[in-house]
Design a protein around this ligand. Structure first.
Ligand code: SAM
Length: 290
């Protein structure tokens, strides 16, 4: 899919009479072939394409031989920029894309869509790739109920709290993750849910695509030994009906002690389980000296 494609070489762009409005259009998450014929027709007929990074979108358009006016519209775009884009969408087709996948899904666009709708501008979606959905489709975890939770916080405490908040959710949890943070997130999940099935879906639709399943501890050990590269979706299976609300505290303390001293380990486990910190600290000291 690296060779540029001539539009006339495609099966055919469906006929599309450009209609004014805002088109929220999904683009590939890796493999440039993953774009719909309707998306190509709309991109070709657009009066303006609002995008996160003109170089990234320019590359996609070049691949398909499409020439278009591009306007940067990222998370830093102010209300005047959005107002100008919305004004244009009243009179002509304006497309919103992100660097990859579906706009608004951990990507910019929410304010633009909200303001366009309240301004009475037609807003529609040209659906296509989304890494969360691609990962869910291939991970082999229950897909009848899932909760997309975006990126986990970077800081340890905030990450642990964000996970704890989701503890009671009876659904597969889907997170976006980065390679440098994967191991820490897996360790945090191992501490909280040592028995749940976890999947790491990496580099989807690309040459080195992989989807690896196991417990979080096993996956953490794997990625400690083989530091991952590229883009990652992290999925955590739902709690088993038998999942004990409070898990083996010794196991939790041992996992925490592998990363922190007795005081911090007791604090982490206290937050996770609600058990008294002083009791846990005493037990952490015993485990450490055993
Ligand atoms: N809007 C995009 C979508 O629809 O998937 C997501 C944008 S978000 C800024 C980028 C994150 O999506 C990455 O950090 C990664 O977690 C995930 N992602 C994007 N492409 C991916 C891919 N090819 N394989 C695995 N994860 C991917």
């Amino acid at each position: 899919m690296d060779q540029p494609v001539r539009p006339e070489a495609l099966p055919s762009f469906p006929a599309w009479e450009p209609v004014s409005g805002l088109y929220i259009l999904a683009t590939p998450i890796g493999n440039l072939g993953d774009i719909t014929l309707r998306a190509l027709a709309v991109l070709q007929g657009a009066s303006l394409i609002a995008c996160e990074d003109t170089r990234v979108t320019g590359k996609l358009l070049k691949h398909y031989g499409i020439k278009a006016r591009l306007q940067r519209l990222d998370d830093h775009a102010g209300p005047e920029t959005r107002a100008r884009v919305i004004d244009e969408a009243r009179q002509a087709p304006v497309v919103l894309v992100s660097d990859a996948g579906t706009p608004l899904i951990s990507d910019p666009g929410y304010r633009l869509v909200r303001e366009a709708r309240s301004a009475g501008v037609m807003v529609t979606s040209i659906p296509g790739p989304c890494a969360a959905i691609a990962a869910l489709a291939m991970a082999g975890l229950p897909s009848d109920r899932f909760l997309f939770a975006g990126f986990l916080p970077v800081k340890d405490k905030a990450r642990a709290e964000a996970l704890e908040e989701l503890a009671g959710v009876a659904a597969t949890l889907v997170f976006y993750e980065t390679a440098p943070r994967l191991e820490k997130s897996l360790l945090a999940i191992a501490r909280l849910w040592p028995e749940r099935e976890v999947a790491v879906a990496r580099e989807l639709t690309k040459l080195h695509e992989e989807c690896r399943s196991g417990t979080a501890a096993v996956l953490a050990a794997h990625y400690a030994a083989h530091p991952p590269k590229g883009e990652i979706v992290l999925l955590v299976g739902p709690p088993a009906p038998s999942e004990a609300p409070v898990l083996d505290t010794d196991a939790l303390l041992r996992a925490a002690l592998a990363e922190a001293g007795p005081g911090k380990a007791a604090g982490i486990v206290a937050r996770t389980t609600g058990i008294d910190r002083a009791t846990l600290y005493a037990r952490a000291l015993e485990l450490k000296s055993a």
